[in-house]
Structure formats: structure tokens, C-alpha cells
Design a protein around this ligand. Structure first.
Ligand SMILES: *Cc1c(COP(=O)(O)O)cnc(C)c1O
Length: 236
């Protein structure tokens, strides 16, 4: 099957409310253009250098998603154009993104990465750390970032029950945050500083080629799909 057909089939399996990020890491510009010519505009990369190169070479109306782990010293390279950073895992990183965004007079949208997988991983924050971060008194000062949601990656397993459990745990946590956010917003007479103006949770990014249908059933609003569209990669 062709890239265009894969893309079409996956889009058909998703409701209009779910955003499909086509993950293009290791893939050629020619392959990306096949999806682009089919009308797709949201593309994801996990390495900053590769994303910058593709940004420079490809049409400028592409929305570039940084889905991989971000090193602070590389934020500056993507700050001029990145559409959404999916894997923010510390206040320190958020501050660097804010600093670089400011230089370009932009507001950069960010998702906080939650740690939901069973296996040992250094990436992502436990739920209590996310809680602490969004309540931080330093957050309102960051005028050039906006936290628009959460992201999570499930365990590398075929165990559907386990995958569902992990997605559900993140989805429940997300829904509770949204609920308390809406409560705070509707309270009249709140001091403005108690409202995190740069916290507007609407996106839940979870699900990849092997598990996106389960993720969507559990409440995902954004899926990151690579190999199911472009075929297997030569390296990870
Ligand atoms: C590579 C990658 C994906 C897509 O993986 P596929 O299994 O090819 O769909 C999704 N999310 C992240 C963070 C990735 O690094």
C-alpha cells in the first residue's frame, strides 16, 4: 500500500476530534511530501537537528511537532518554528523554552510528559511531579510558553490489558486536571495570580502505530503514528 492510502485509512479510523501527527523520523523528504500532497500538515520528529533540516527543506505551512526527549541546549534551534513540544519533563526545560520563545516573540505550546510505562525509563514525570509543576508559583512568569496538555508513552508490550490500563491512568489524571482547571476559572473574585494564564489543558497525546486505537478509546486527542503510515524504519 502507498503512504497516501495508509494515511487515508488511519484518518478514517479516527474521529474529527483526534489529531493525527504523522511521525517522519528517518524518512525522506520525498516520503513526507507524499503525505503533504495528500493534505496532511502535522508532522512529528524526535531529533531536533533532523527536524530543523526538514523544516528548512520543506513547505513552511507544515506544523512541526517535537515528540522526542529535548536537551535544553538544543531548544534554540527549533524555537523559531516548532508548533508543539510533546515531551517537556521539568520546570528547568520549560524555562529554557520560554527564554528562547521570547527571543522570537513567540508563545510555544508544550505538553508535559507523564511517566506511565511499567518499565524503567528516565523520561517523563510521575503524576505528583506534574501536579507540583503546574502549581508552581514560577509558572505565571513564563509568558512565552503555554502548557496545552499532557503526553504519555505506554510500555513496549503486546499486552492489550496493560496498554489500556496505562492509557486509562493518564486519561483519568488528565480529566481531573481539566476539571480543577475549569473550577478555578469559574471562581469569581479569584486573584489573577492564582489563575495559571499559561495553562490551558486540551490535548492528550498518546498512542502510536501499534496502540493508537486503544489510546483513542481511552481518551487520547492526539496520536503519533509513524510506521503504520511510512513503513518500518531502518533504525529507531
Ligand atoms: C517514533 C515515535 C512514535 C511513532 O512510532 P510508530 O511506532 O512508528 O508509530 C511516536 N511517539 C514517539 C515519541 C516516537 O518517538
Amino acid at each position: 500500500m502507498l503512504i497516501k492510502e495508509h494515511l487515508h485509512k488511519i484518518k478514517q479510523s479516527l474521529s474529527d476530534k483526534v489529531i493525527l501527527v504523522a511521525v517522519t523520523k528517518t524518512k525522506s523528504n520525498a516520503d513526507i511530501m507524499k503525505a503533504y500532497d495528500a493534505g496532511h500538515r502535522d508532522f512529528g520528529e524526535n531529533k531536533i537537528q533532523e527536524m530543523v533540516r526538514k523544516y528548512e527543506e520543506l513547505p513552511k505551512d507544515i506544523r512541526w511537532h517535537m515528540i522526542g526527549h529535548v536537551q535544553r541546549n538544543k531548544v534554540k534551534y527549533m524555537a523559531p518554528f516548532v508548533h508543539l513540544i510533546h515531551a517537556v519533563d521539568s520546570l528547568k526545560l520549560l524555562k529554557e523554552i520560554n527564554k528562547q520563545a521570547k527571543k522570537h516573540q513567540r508563545v510555544i505550546n508544550c505538553l508535559l510528559q507523564a511517566r506511565i510505562a511499567q518499565e524503567e525509563t528516565k523520561f517523563g514525570m510521575p503524576f505528583n511531579e506534574i501536579d507540583t509543576l503546574i502549581k508552581s508559583t514560577e509558572l505565571p512568569d513564563l509568558q512565552n510558553i503555554k502548557i496545552t496538555g499532557l503526553m504519555g508513552m505506554a510500555s513496549f508490550t503486546d499486552d492489550k490489558k496493560q496498554l489500556r490500563k496505562e492509557f486509562k491512568s493518564l486519561s483519568d489524571f488528565f480529566k481531573n486536571l481539566v476539571k480543577s482547571q475549569n473550577k478555578t476559572e469559574s471562581k469569581i473574585g479569584d486573584a489573577p495570580s492564582s489563575l495559571q494564564h499559561n495553562l490551558k489543558l486540551t490535548i492528550l497525546s498518546m498512542g502510536m502505530s501499534a496502540d493508537y486505537l486503544i489510546a483513542v478509546e481511552e481518551g487520547s486527542t492526539m496520536v503519533r503514528v509513524g510506521s503504520a503510515i511510512f513503513g518500518l524504519r531502518n533504525y529507531i
